[in-house]
Design a protein around this ligand. Structure first.
Ligand code: FAD
Length: 392
């Protein structure tokens, strides 16, 4: 039996396993520090209260049992990899492998150079932090209902895809509440800031303009070319002297690859992502792959691919195919991937998208995004149901 170990049950890890299971004579083990798969692409709805926890956290043990040949699941944090002896260490146990797939994703990168930022802000890359943020948002609404008349300032720092989605969904919910539970809600202000000249930096001007218009209609204040200098207990200070009062801050300004358990000779970029060869292996170790957000994947034009669930899944499919080809003694080609499309939810039933080089906005985009998410979710759900029945 060929032993394959996958570290990380995120978008990349799960897709890799789906594709590896049909390969004959392999034994698969999934290791995750959490007992659940976290659907972080849906977190904006959870924070704003439009999605429930079971749409976000999926039991990995049931999922693993849901295959005709069950996948072994170990819910422990990997602390070390020994590539020479092909061992993964969790501190509690040592797991041998013939092939290893590192799919440990990324966490929010709170730059150390910004004093007070980590201490005073929330991230959304971990369910625990998203939970805190969700409760804080719900508590604010409750305070307003109880008659609190203070002005509440919510700052979303980082206007990339996730920051824009979180700001838009919260603002949309506030507009909805305003109609039903009164004007007190008007005293909750949302500001979205970014150091770049525009929101959604790097995207097509049509998408940027459409998102700006939507956010303005939702009463979100946009502040671009705004560099955070420091954060204290009451104010977010911008370079240049301006200070913004805040009640709470969510930081969506960047990510850092989760790779601290890898040996020193594994090359990394400045944000902790593992450098990979065109075959997505670690240089010098043909039996170790890295996929998804933890990998610094360079496209055919020499540019790094953005950290998205889409790339995590594509890189996972490629690696599973490569392993299958190797076991059959077949030739393999380098990984080549591009982003097929991009969907951004902008509060309520509204979204913007780029698909096959064309750009769209409106309700249709929202429903298309919803269908894609539902298909993903249903696939996982069916597997969990099957595993849950076996375990009971
Ligand atoms: C608000 C938001 C919206 C987004 N929207 C989109 C979108 O619309 N489209 C899109 O394509 N992408 C989107 N993304 C990005 C997408 O979520 C990530 O690119 C994707 O999750 C990366 O998948 P991954 O498998 O590499 O890592 P992850 O999904 O982060 O999974 C990593 C896994 O590794 C585990 N792990 C980490 N360290 C260890 C360890 N030491 N030991 C054991 N296990 C470990 C973690 O517990 C986790 O389960 C969004 C992200 C956010 C935050």
């Amino acid at each position: 039996m060929h032993k394959i170990v996958v570290i990380g049950g995120g978008y990349g890890g799960l897709r890799a396993i789906e594709k590896l299971v049909p390969i004959p004579n392999v034994e698969i083990t999934l290791i995750d520090r959490n007992a659940f798969h976290y659907m972080q692409t849906e977190v904006y709805g959870f924070i704003a209260g439009t999605k429930d926890i079971d749409e976000l956290a999926i039991d990995l043990e049931s999922w693993c049992e849901g295959f005709s040949t069950p996948v072994r699941f170990i819910s422990q944090k990997v602390t070390r990899i020994d590539p020479e002896n092909s061992l993964v260490d969790t501190g509690e146990t040592s797991i041998p492998f013939d092939t290893l797939i590192i799919a440990t994703g990324a966490r929010t990168n709170f730059p150390d150079s910004i004093e007070g930022l980590r201490e005073h802000s929330y991230g959304v890359k971990q369910l625990k932090r998203a939970f805190n943020f969700h409760h804080r948002f719900q508590r604010l609404i409750e305070q307003k209902l109880e008659g609190d008349d203070d002005v509440i300032n919510i700052i979303v720092a980082g206007a990339g895809l996730s920051g824009v989605e979180v700001a838009a969904e919260m603002a949309y919910m506030l507009q909805r509440y305003k109609k039903m539970i009164g004007r007190r809600i008007e005293k909750i202000a949302i500001t979205l800031i970014d150091a770049c000249e525009t929101i959604l930096p790097g995207l097509h001007p049509f998408l940027i303009a459409s998102a700006e218009k939507r956010l303005e209609n939702l009463d979100v204040t946009l502040k671009t070319s705004a560099f955070i200098d420091r954060v204290d207990a009451s104010f977010l200070h911008l370079k240049g002297g301006e200070k913004l009062p805040y009640t709470f801050i969510v930081f969506t300004g960047g990510i850092r690859g989760v790779s601290e358990f890898t040996p020193e000779n594994f090359g990394k970029n400045s944000i902790g992502q593992l450098n990979v060869t065109p075959f997505l292996t670690i240089e010098g170790y043909d039996h170790i792959f890295a996929i998804g957000d933890v990998a610094n994947i360079i496209d055919t034009y020499g540019k790094p691919l953005p950290p998205t669930a889409q790339i995590a899944e594509k890189s996972a499919e490629y690696v599973a195919k490569t392993i299958d080809s190797r076991l059959r003694g077949k030739k393999i080609s380098p990984f080549s991937a591009k982003i097929d499309g991009l969907f951004i939810a902008l509060g309520g039933r509204y979204g913007i998208a780029e698909l096959f080089g064309l750009r769209f906005k409106g309700m249709g985009v929202y429903y298309l995004k919803r269908i894609i998410t539902l298909i993903y979710y249903l696939g996982i759900r069916l597997r969990v149901n099957a595993g849950y029945k076996i375990r009971r």
